[in-house]
Design a protein around this ligand. Structure first.
Ligand code: PLP
Length: 361
């Protein structure tokens, strides 16, 4: 990324030659990212991240839809980047339905088939859930949407680099991506828009991104996104296997060492980096503080809403009782997680839970 902050400073949108090198870098990134997800380069639009991509998909499709199609289907476990624009459309008079999930956090495709109708302008279902790691049956849902001719958006922010992505096989008309979940820079992502999809712009202004997403491109970040996706392609499979072994050991260590620790999310269809437990009788926040003091960085649910004491909407949608949902702890594994770190975490967590429970008595 560094040269693009300095010597290659040209604006990729300019005609003069100083912009050419930056433009080449953006074009190369677009081609690579498109190829990685089975799309064409002209179907990839760079954004400021997953939040903008999700907002654009939801609001852009809704505002381009004819008045006869004002029904949207989504799930109750989406990230706020999808959930909140759906709620704001609901307030604006759209008919928005939030499909329930089972106790593991998995959407039943039959529900989508049942609820989809001629007026449906968009179905939006995430590929993998950021809190409990549930991997959704995206291909089945995509097939239903294709058969019923409803545009289908998937938030693949958590899936990129971990799960196979092919927009054709998934039947996706739109897909949100973000670079920082695969060690790319923060503040850059993309929206895949299948050719022929009617979508209004979210950001208006300049003619960047073929006039569909205004704003000068963040060239260094796009270059970083390109590198991150390349590295994920080279090392992703081996890294996923390594993480799966560590994840399973962490789950097993917690389940066998700590009473009343309840695993949330699916046993099988689960992201390789995700561990999520609820500890009955405890508050997630106090667990986090004690873990932080032991050098373990964890989350009480969704990191983006940390600071709020509300129980997670994902756990509530999985019908976890409110009291139990308050004792939620998400441990995310990553490139720097070692087997020793996992053993240390199991040990420390056991001590911390034991101490907190004895204080609460
Ligand atoms: N969607 C999901 C599933 C996420 O996990 C996140 C980030 O945590 C986002 C969307 C938002 O992406 P960004 O942080 O790039 O705005």
């Amino acid at each position: 990324m560094l040269p693009y902050f300095g010597e290659v400073y040209g604006n990729p949108a300019t005609i003069y030659s100083a912009g050419a090198e930056a433009r080449d870098a953006v074009d190369n990134a677009r081609e690579y990212i498109a190829d990685a997800v089975g799309a064409d380069p002209d179907e990839i639009f760079f954004t400021s991240g997953g939040t903008e991509a999700g907002n654009w998909a939801i609001k852009g499709i809704a505002s381009a839809a004819p008045d006869s199609r004002r029904h949207l289907l989504t799930t109750a476990i989406e990230h706020h980047a999808v959930l909140d624009p759906c709620k704001s459309l609901q307030r604006a008079g759209f008919d928005v339905e939030f499909i329930p999930v089972d106790s593991r956090g998995i959407v039943e495709p039959g529900w989508i088939a049942k609820r989809i109708r001629r007026e449906t302008c968009l179905v939006s279902v995430m590929y993998a859930n950021n809190e409990v790691g549930a991997i959704e049956p995206i291909e089945e849902i995509g097939t239903i949407c294709r058969e019923r001719e409803a545009p289908f958006h998937t938030d693949a922010v958590q899936a990129l680099g971990k799960l196979e992505i092919d927009v054709d096989r998934m039947g996706a008309s739109l897909m949100s991506l973000s670079a920082h979940k695969l060690y790319g820079p923060k503040g850059v992502g993309a929206l895949y828009v299948r050719r022929g999809t009617r979508i209004a712009s979210l950001l208006e202004g300049g003619e960047q991104e073929k006039g569909r997403r205004a704003g000068t491109l963040n060239v260094p970040a796009i270059v970083g996104f390109h590198s991150a996706i390349k590295l994920a392609g080279l090392f992703g499979a081996a890294e996923n296997e390594r993480l799966t072994v560590l994840r399973d050991r962490l789950i097993e260590g917690i389940e066998s060492g700590i009473p009343d620790a309840i695993l949330m999310g699916p046993g099988e269809a689960r992201l390789s980096n995700n561990v999520h437990f609820c500890f009955d009788g405890l508050e997630g926040e106090s667990l986090l503080l004690a873990l932080d003091q032991a050098g373990i960085y964890a989350s009480a649910g969704s990191a983006c809403t940390t600071g709020s004491v509300e129980p997670s909407h994902v756990l509530l949608a999985m019908r976890v009782p409110v009291q139990r949902a308050r004792g939620a702890l998400r441990l995310t594994l990553g490139a720097s997680t070692t087997a020793e770190a996992v053993e240390y975490t199991i040990e420390k967590l056991r001590e911390i839970v034991c101490n907190l429970r004895s204080l609460a008595r």
